[in-house]
Design a protein around this ligand. Structure first.
Ligand code: SF4
Ligand code: SF4
Length: 105
């Protein structure tokens, strides 16, 4: 999480966070703890808590919009690593939680 993310967490409580099942730690080279994921298709898993509504990733600690952290930060999926703060999807997630758009960099 980048600096603005530490006071946010909106994306972790808005979107289904899915990724290739080979990223879980029951596969060679996988790092995401398997027990915090759930299968959603033959080749995809999702972070538990993001497969249904209301969405909230089980690894998200804290209060959205106040102060958050990721319990598996070093082991998070590529989907999480590639999600960009300041992107349109970021703006939409923040809006969904009643948070203002991040100011331009
Ligand atoms: S919605 Fe944007 S600012 Fe908030 S945690 Fe996600 S990337 Fe960071
Ligand atoms: S694993 Fe961490 S960064 Fe990814 S959605 Fe869950 S709380 Fe957010």
């Amino acid at each position: 999480m980048t600096q603005p993310c530490l006071d946010c967490g909106a994306c972790c409580a808005t979107y289904r966070v899915s990724f290739y099942f080979g990223e879980t730690d029951d596969h060679l080279h996988g790092v995401v703890p398997e027990h915090v994921t759930i299968p959603i298709s033959p080749y995809l898993v999702a972070m538990r808590g993001t497969e249904n509504t209301p969405v909230r990733c089980v690894a998200l600690a804290g209060e959205v919009g106040k102060g958050v952290s990721c319990d598996i930060y070093a082991q998070r999926s590529t989907t999480c690593r590639e999600f960009d703060a300041y992107s349109e999807a970021c703006h939409r997630a923040r809006q969904h939680h009643g948070l203002p758009q991040l100011p331009p960099l």
